[in-house]
Design a protein around this ligand. Structure first.
Ligand SMILES: C[S@@+](CC[C@H](N)C(=O)[O-])C[C@H]1O[C@@H](n2cnc3c(N)ncnc32)[C@H](O)[C@@H]1O
Length: 252
């Protein structure tokens, strides 16, 4: 079961994305604005921009304001529906697309993969996506990708706990027992965030997250044909430091 095929859960996810004060699913409003200012500064070709895993499209109109022609794709039809309604630009494009089935007919000056989407999928799926993006990039075009490093999880121990939810929970409107677990696979540079809902039936959600070093991220992009890299500690352009929890890379 995924986070996207049940309307109730999809709305819970959307609600978290839209909370302006927390970093959950998307960045806080102030960080989104700083990210846009940074992108505006470093990407001089203000042509077509593809946002992979665009969520509720919080970056869309701000990027259009900077002169980009924005095209957002997301696997969740609920996120895309919200994004379409919210955008004030008629030429902004939002589409329900699973990037594992992506084919691109346009060429882009810039491709965004913000807030971890690149980390949620397997090596083979990541490389396949990068190759498709590389083929669709115009000369001088850039990819901006954001992943987490081991420092993000450094103090997080393996854990398992449960909570009884009476009503209006994240996973269901009905009463249920929620089981949460966090597992580390340090040798594979992976973590697993697991949630289960138990009431009349049992549902389990597994979120595998790949942890990256600069070397690992660059190696994957090299396989897909990228040759130039700049590394930052955030998508607001902070200088890279080796204890950073976030790795933001601009690849060409
Ligand atoms: C962590 S959120 C980031 C949203 C947005 N980039 C932001 O920073 O506000 C990841 C997004 O990726 C989408 N997503 C996950 N898997 C996807 C896939 N295979 N293809 C397209 N979108 C996907 C999710 O629906 C979710 O909206």
């Amino acid at each position: 079961m995924t986070l996207w095929d049940n309307e109730y859960i999809a709305q819970s996810v959307l609600k978290k994305h839209l909370d302006k004060n927390i970093d959950s699913g998307t960045r806080k409003e102030s960080t989104v604005i700083s990210t846009i200012q940074w992108i505006d500064k470093i990407i001089s070709q203000k042509g077509k921009m593809l946002d992979v895993g665009c969520g509720p499209g919080l970056y869309a109109d701000l990027l259009q304001n900077c002169g980009f022609k924005y095209h957002g794709i997301d696997i969740s039809k609920y996120q895309v529906e919200y994004a379409k309604k919210k955008s004030k630009y008629e030429d902004t494009i939002f589409e329900v697309v699973d990037f594992r089935k992506l084919s691109l007919s346009n060429c882009y000056d810039c491709v965004l993969m913000l807030y971890g989407i690149y980390s949620f999928y397997k090596f083979e799926e990541r490389i396949e996506l990068l190759k498709i993006i590389k083929d669709a990039l115009l000369p001088g075009g850039s990819v901006i990708v954001e992943t987490f490093t081991k420092y993000h999880y450094l103090n997080r121990r393996e854990s398992r706990d449960w909570t009884y939810i009476e009503k209006n929970g994240f996973w269901s409107n009905e009463p249920y027992l929620e089981l949460n677990a966090f597992y580390r696979f340090d040798d594979l540079e992976l973590v697993l965030v697991q949630a289960a809902k138990i009431n009349s039936d049992v549902k389990v959600w597994n979120s595998w997250i790949q942890i990256f070093t600069v070397e690992k991220l660059q190696m994957e992009f090299r396989i897909a044909g990228f040759t130039q890299f700049e590394i930052f500690s955030s998508c607001t352009g902070d200088a890279y430091n080796e204890n950073s929890e976030v790795l933001c890379m601009v690849a060409r």
